[in-house]
Write a protein that binds this ligand. Sequence first.
Ligand code: LLP
Length: 384
Amino acid sequence: MTFPIEQFQKLQTPFYYYDTELLDATLREIHSQIEAHPNYHVHYAVKACTNATVLRHIAQSGLGADCVSGGEIRTCLEAGFPADQVVYAGVGKSDWEINLALEAGIFCFNVESIPELEVINQLAQQKGKVARVAFRINPNVGAHTHANITTGLSENKFGIDMADMERVIVMAQDMTNVEFIGLHFHIGSQLLVMDDYVALCHRINELQDRLEAQGITSVANVNVGGGLGIDYQEPDEHPIPNFKDYFAVFAQYLNLRDGQQLHFELGRAVVGQCGNLVTRVLYVKLAHKQFAIVDAGMTELIRPALYDAYHKVDNLTSHEPEQVYDVVGPICESSDVFVKDYTMPATRRGDLIALRSAGAYGEIMASCYNCRPLPKAYCTEDFK
Ligand code: LLP
């Protein structure tokens, strides 16, 4: 990735920078990989990044949206996503959020419990509407990722137990104001081992066989969630995730029935690599270790503190021989560390640093802790 460093020099740091040319190339690759499958539908998981320009590029490319709150539904409709391509998941949907989704006429509610199904039916009845619902199933498939971001194990709070599925579907079919239209799964995030998705396909196949044996043949849609990971170690070598292998797993292992539509909810893989947090070095402090203290902290990018996540650190302005640093932020928390024992060109006050691969779950998870302002953001087109 090339950075407009001269332009950066004039800006107040820290800020997010989105390379929208890379974003567009990523979107083109997704579309080209699903081109041969008219029954594949990709919904962008809005939770990863709601930067207005980024959302606009994604909406214009023709992807749908995957939302987890009323706020996200509002935001994505404003950005131009059509309501009939919006899916809405979440274990705790409030009444106002369900009402908003009903008013908007979204494509589908991904329902996570029986009490939620009953409330959706009731609220839809009050409006004289019929809500399309899919059931989020907990497939009890482990995923090779950080414990805080696996979601498909029976110990996780998400979804309905696979064993209860027939009962819940029959229940929905007896209700007047919901229409059962599909099954929904999501096993975790930042998955790079394709075998995890193969295991998911096997589970879905088993479930579909079982449902058919019970006479349930009304599964029009299968939604396999998101989770495809990105290369945090080498963002310049792999700026675009391997969508080819990802979609190929489903084409090869998932037994879709005639006419069934397959839905994906990709977040990180769409926006992760195009975003960077740009920060300036405030001080270099030589103590027990050598610290590069920068003006961004866990308030702008919480992933290292929360998940031990690694983000590559590039000094954009120094080309001197390398030294070893702990790169830390200014927040009053010991966990406000981006990376420890990191080798990079000799660093001085005023240097510009890019924390790479920060497009997903970066800006959107920023906070105002320590009364800090939320970070600004710029895109490629702002510098043209
Ligand atoms: N669908 C559902 C139901 C989800 O829960 C998620 C993410 C996605 C799709 C999109 O997953 P993706 O394709 O982005 O992996 N804050 C964490 C990630 C949390 C993911 C939550 N659910 C992080 O910074 O790594």
